[in-house]
Design a protein around this ligand. Sequence first.
Ligand code: RP5
Length: 284
Amino acid sequence: MLDAPVMQAATAESLVHVKARTESPPGYSRVPVPAEKVSWATAFEAYAPQSYTAPQVLQNDLTLRPGGWADEADPVKTVARRGPLRSVTGRPIQLDASGHPLNPAGRTGIRGRGLLGKWGPNFAADPIVTRLAPLNGELEMLAIRRKDNGHWAIPGGMVDFGEDVSATLAREFEEETGVALDLSDARLVYLGYVDDPRNTDHAWIESTVKHKHLDPVMASRIAPLAGDDAAAVQWLPLTPENLARLHASHGDFVRRALASAAAGSGDVGTPSPDSNESPTPRTR
Ligand code: RP5
């Protein structure tokens, strides 16, 4: 069962996005959405965004192609096939008049699915693994540099069809960093919406984020090596500057992990005060 603080985080603080309406991966052309017009509850008569769904998404329609990983082009057919769409927290997803799922964080300036395969929530898993640096005791996270935008990130990824999210956490961690690690005791720190640059009005990423802190012996036993999906891997010092530059909502996720550890066992050492501040509703 989910605990109350996590549910609260997933349904309130996280539902404000900035990157999902200001950053545009290749192929995306977003119309501007002023902060005061983000909410679907606010009238925005002039709002007429383009629709974009990447060719590789359309080519991987799982109802047409064996081994495909994307929903069909018509979201009405998707709901008929999959049943009502639900968020990772179990909350029902709202549909617009034409049957398109509505991004729970509001307008993004673009319709369609962009680079995302699923209508509505696309589920991801993010394993945060930390240690204290052997030389200076600084708190660090094993991070990867993403190939798509060059940003440092948690070594996470998408949940495969039918895959248990705990399996995704370990699989993605190993694929991205080359380290096979038992994450069964990792602590759940966040469940919900991700402010990802690929999000659209009708398709977005939601994640399960877990944290594990390695003691010096465990940390010394692993030898990270960047996998195919990563341009680089390294122990990244968790300074405020580095947290602010992380991909998507990953800086917020790490802050939540550190706050949660500090409130619980406090077994991650003492990060700098700024990197251990309480999560804010939206920082990017
Ligand atoms: C992020 O994108 C999620 O938090 C997760 O880390 C990642 C999943 O996408 P891919 O890495 O598979 O592209 O927003």
